[in-house]
Every structure is written in structure tokens, then in C-alpha cells.
Write a protein that binds this ligand. Sequence first.
Ligand code: SME
Length: 157
Amino acid sequence: MTIKSKISQLINNDQSNTQKLQQICDLLKSNYAHFHWVGFYFVHGYKQELKLAQFSGEPTEHTIIPFGKGICGQVALSNENFVVQDVMEQDNYISCGIGVKSEIVIPIFQEGKNIGQIDIDSHDRAPFTKEDEELLEFVCSEVASLNLQNLISQDPS
Ligand code: SME
């Protein structure tokens, strides 16, 4: 079974969103040697910030990221994929570990609205391919088919 078929199967199983997103993180991380950290951030209420949801890899202290800050925060505003083959070349970057050399962030859209993103860190320099980007766009479009209201916090707290 292809990785895309596995993702679609996970999306359509009868588990909770939390379980599905965790399994997607684990599946991607274990299938791609250059994916060292895989996580989902979703828009957090009225605060113009992202909140970390499920992830696979080392825990990070960056569980809340303001819009505009770091690679993730920039994608929250730009609505564009951001492929960073060398994080040392970025001045607006939030480090999640000294081992991280590159990062890819792909936005998730529901009804045209940027509601979150998948974020992948790599310890390799310049590892990301067009195929990775296309696969992750597919993952994001599949995730967008879920009802994510419980993850996109709307409360002002
Ligand atoms: N490096 C990200 C922060 C999130 S961690 O990679 C998990 C950024 O610059 O936004």
C-alpha cells in the first residue's frame, strides 16, 4: 500500500481526530529517514497564534507560536508552503533543537481559510524534495476533510 493510501485509510478510520493525527505523525516520521520531528499546529482562538497539537519526536517548548514568528508563524500569515533547506539562513526562525538543520511547513486550508499546518524538522541539510512537498500537501488536504473544531480553539482564553 502506498503511503498516500495509508494516510487516506487513517483519515477514514473510526478513531478520534487526536488518534488519527498522532498516527499520521508517527507514520510519516517512521517512513522518511529525514523527517526527525513531525507535528501539527492549529490556529488558537482569537489570539493570532498557533497551538501545537499532535507530534512525533522530541517534545518542544514551542507549543504556542504567535502569527509572524518563526517559520510556522510566517506560514500562518503567508498561506504559502515554506521550504527551508538551511535554517541558518533564516533570521525569523525559532529553534526547536540544535540538531535541526532544515524545516518544511505546509498550511492546511478549510473553506479557503488557513486553519493550521504540518511542520517537519530535519537534522539533514537540504533534504526536502518536490515529492515531499507534494506528499505533505496531500496530507494537509486529507486532514482538512476532518471536522477539526475541537482542535481549532475558538475560546478567548
Ligand atoms: N522551527 C519552528 C518552530 C516550531 S519547531 O520546529 C517544532 C519555527 O521557526 O516556526
